[in-house]
Design a protein. Structure first.
Length: 446
């Protein structure tokens, strides 16, 4: 291993340690357990409650108008052009997001759009979209701590012999997975999207990571379990979520639709497994350290750090927020005002009966409604008498993972190559694969 200066070592260690602390170390606070980034975002969100709706409105209008202006302009490789030059479908989505924001804030038009259970829930001063504006600010500005100073190169080299055979992923994806599992799935999606755009992941790898490892935070798991009145079962509950997560992470990359994604990078380069091998006279640690220190030595500019961070924030605001509001509101409208999800859940009733889950008819309607929002199944299931059924619903809702009011919307708003059809299929497959595991655990516990 070649020698590096002390300044290079510090440039690798200090930002990387700071990134791990901010994005991956859950801390006990009054509201429960949160990673520092999410805690900072919640504090700022509280401070900005009087104005955050208006910030969101201006941003969504800016995204829609900019996309209309750039729709017929030629494609150029500039930051502004890449920001606004999107396909007609995504231009329409941004327009819908802007229109919804106007209707929601002033409560005009159909109540189905702006009610407190649909768009109002997303764009209220304490709603998801409002919170995303603060989490995007901190995550976007500080993501370079994880990306630019060698942490991913170090862990990537160390973990490649685990991640590649088990999950068909490069070693660096272990950081994305860990960030999601102990931190927040939102940040995991953003981290994955950024690395895909920078050419570190293939289309297939980005789709696998984004739709398989973007798990909800521990804090949200606690909220879901408390909602169904089973807070004292947290340990077996979370262990079941972890078990399902690992099983799904092993199976999903090997079946449709993820198995069919192209193993090429965003610039067309094919996957090169040879690049993951250690050179002669190196082991995982020495090769990982050299890769990390080489990366750190190339990122000495403070100006570039902040420029990259600000670009991240703007990209998230313009690209992701309109999609979350547009698709999230539509999904919640279907859940609240139609029987679509109740009808779609009917086929699960005989399956629930087969596995001996009590009150199968009541539980069946929760099986699909989670596609709209992950919290809806636990709200609907809270009134069910059977503890076994409530445990099953709470565990299933977290394990299904793909929900349009957050992770689904974020994936669609990112450049990760998944579409709405992929997300529906992934959601249903995760449900069916998890079903027997959760049912068996529920029977053991109750």
């Amino acid at each position: 291993m070649k020698k590096f200066s002390l300044s290079t070592w510090l440039l690798f260690l200090l930002p990387s340690i700071a990134g791990v602390i901010l994005f991956m170390i859950p801390l006990p606070i009054d509201e429960g357990i949160q990673i520092p980034i999410a805690w900072f975002a919640s504090i700022l969100s509280t401070l900005l409650e009087p104005v955050v709706q208006w910030v969101a409105l201006v941003t969504l209008l800016f995204a829609a108008i900019g996309s209309i202006i750039f729709l017929f302009r030629p494609k150029e490789e500039t930051f502004i052009n890449n920001l606004f030059k999107v396909t007609p479908f995504w231009t329409v989505t941004r327009i819908v997001g802007a229109v919804f924001s106007i209707l929601i804030i002033w409560q005009i038009g159909p109540e189905a759009i702006w009610s407190e259970n649909t768009g109002g829930m997303l764009l209220s001063p304490t709603g998801l979209v409002s919170f995303l504006f603060t989490i995007f600010l901190f995550a976007g500005l500080l993501l370079p701590l994880l990306l630019n100073f060698g942490l991913l190169e170090f862990f990537g080299t160390m973990m490649v012999k685990i991640m590649r055979p088990l999950f068909k992923l490069p070693g660096r994806s272990a950081v994305d997975a860990l960030t999601s599992w102990v931190g927040d799935g939102t940040i995991g999606v953003l981290l994955t999207s950024r690395q895909y755009e920078e050419g570190y992941y293939t289309k297939k790898e980005a789709a696998i990571i984004g739709s398989t490892f973007s798990v909800v935070s521990i804090t949200f798991c606690i909220v879901v379990l408390d909602q169904v009145g089973l807070g004292n079962y947290f340990i077996p509950y979370y262990l079941t979520v972890l078990l399902c997560g690992v099983v799904l992470a092993f199976i999903m990359p090997r079946i449709y639709p993820l198995a069919g994604k192209e193993d090429t990078h965003i610039d067309g380069r094919p996957l090169d497994l040879e690049a993951e091998k250690y050179p002669e006279n190196y082991n995982a640690v020495t090769h990982g350290l050299e890769n990390a220190l080489n990366t750190a030595s190339k990122n000495r500019s403070i100006g570039k750090f902040f420029t990259d961070g600000i670009k991240n924030v703007i990209d998230m605001y313009i690209g992701v927020a309109p999609v979350v509001l547009a698709f999230g509101t539509i999904a919640l409208m279907l859940a609240e005002y139609t029987s679509v999800f109740t009808i779609l859940g009917k086929p699960f009733e005989p399956l629930l009966m087969l596995f001996g889950i009590p009150e199968a008819a009541a539980a069946a309607q929760t099986m699909v409604v989670g596609f709209a929002d992950m919290f809806l199944p636990s709200i609907l299931g809270a009134s069910i008498e059977s503890e076994m059924t409530r445990f099953f619903i709470a565990t299933m809702s977290v394990t299904q993972l793909i929900y349009m009011s957050e992770v689904g919307g974020l994936l669609l708003g990112s450049k990760i190559p998944v579409n709405i059809k992929d997300l529906v299929v992934i959601f249903l497959l995760r449900t069916l694969i998890s079903f027997p595991i959760i049912a068996v655990v529920a029977h053991i516990l109750f």
